[in-house]
Design a binder for this molecule. Sequence first.
Ligand SMILES: [Cu+2]
Length: 168
Amino acid sequence: MNSQTKTIVITTVVTVIALVVGFILLMPVFGPRFMHPIMSRYMHGNSNSVVSNDLDTSAERLTNNGTFNVSFKSELDPITIGSMHSWVLHVETADGQPVERATIFVDGGMPEHGHGLPTAPQVTQDLGNGDYLVEGLKFQMGGWWEVKFNITADGTEDNVTFNLIVGG
Ligand SMILES: [Cu+2]
């Protein structure tokens, strides 16, 4: 083989290796979004069995800094895929006193897929006695969802995350 052929072969091999290595390295960055439509069925089947063992899916949890004890009741039980519905969120102090006039923001998504909620749920009513109406919740696919609440009352802010397995 002459030197020109050698150069072409080496260049080709190096380019292919660079592309393969680059693709593998970038998978964690682009993987969840890129693969979502193609792989979602496989990932959901997979994620259900993986996360259900040690995931805390209780409907009552203490906020991250222990400020509030928060629980929810879903209008839909069990929660079905793709159904718009509401929750009633109940907020208490750590020692059980209802927290009224709180400011609450809702966020969430699917941690394993790197996407957020398909809707923008909001607290639309302070029902009194520490109860708040959360409207506009929807989970458009089965699997592990997180629903997060940012709660501020009497100048103290804290956060809580609920885990849901939608669609069993
Ligand atoms: Cu998803």
